[in-house]
Design a protein around this ligand. Structure first.
Ligand SMILES: N[C@@H](CCC(=O)N[C@@H](CS)C(=O)NCC(=O)O)C(=O)O
Length: 227
């Protein structure tokens, strides 16, 4: 069975943003997996991967780290299971979308929830998390919390094209979900699992889409401990 290393949150919540891409990709491919949750500060636990971040998968003797590389590995290793990209053009467009989400949406979402996330990491990670994220954001967690309204405005603007797209089609990939859906969903699921404050109105296209994503694979993503 495939093994997955991901972050361990308070109360066993699976809060690792990038690992949600891999979790959903494994479900999409119909592959069973066993999770190994590890604290973010425990780099010894993932040293076998040659890196310092999760997700990491081990499939037989093959170790793959980085959510995008894992998606490509799963697509190439399991070509007869449902496709994550839908062909070469889809793979290219999905890689471009991955880059946009990582460089625009993730940095816009982070200051909105960072103080909430800090309250929900594994207790062993509290100091590590504070140092790491205060470094990324160049402000204290408390300052980020105080600036939440402005940060939320920026995130809302960044997501507006996706609200427009999802008014016209059911999933980012069209009529059925695939890897590009999991990329954006990972950010919203990270927010859902770590912050009690929802950022959408129920009439927003993104809210309806998130709900459809939460229903997939027997409500796999819905049924996890949340905020
Ligand atoms: N580009 C990487 C990013 C992975 C990443 O930043 N993972 C976070 C958790 S979601 C992590 O392991 N952070 C630990 C650290 O930076 O020390 C991917 O797509 O897998």
């Amino acid at each position: 069975m495939i093994e997955l290393w991901e972050l361990k949150g308070k109360g066993d919540r699976p809060y690792s943003l990038f690992s949600w891409r891999t979790r959903m990709a494994l479900k999409h491919k119909g592959l069973e997996f066993k999770s190994h949750p590890v604290p973010m500060s425990d780099k010894a636990a993932i040293a076998f991967s040659g890196g310092k971040t999760v997700p990491i998968i081990k499939d037989g003797e093959t170790v793959v780290r980085d959510s995008w590389k894992i998606a490509e590995y799963l697509e190439d290793r399991y070509p007869n299971n449902p496709s994550l990209f839908g062909g070469a053009i889809g793979r290219g467009v999905t890689q471009a979308f991955n880059t946009w989400v990582d460089r625009v949406v993730v940095p816009a979402a982070m200051p909105v929830i960072v103080a909430d996330v800090h309250e929900r990491v594994d207790p062993a990670d509290e100091a590590f998390f504070r140092q790491q994220f205060e470094g990324f954001l160049k402000s204290t967690l408390e300052e980020s919390r105080a600036r939440r309204p402005q940060s939320l405005e920026r995130l809302t603007r960044a997501l507006e094209p996706m609200q427009a797209a999802l008014k016209r089609q059911t999933f980012i990939c069209g009529t059925a979900p695939a890897y590009a859906d999991y990329i954006l969903f990972s950010v919203l699921q990270w927010m859902r699992v770590t912050s009690p404050q929802d950022i959408f109105n129920s009439s927003d296209p993104l809210s309806g889409w998130r709900s459809r994503m939460l229903d997939l694979y027997d409500a796999f993503a819905r049924n996890v401990p949340t905020a």
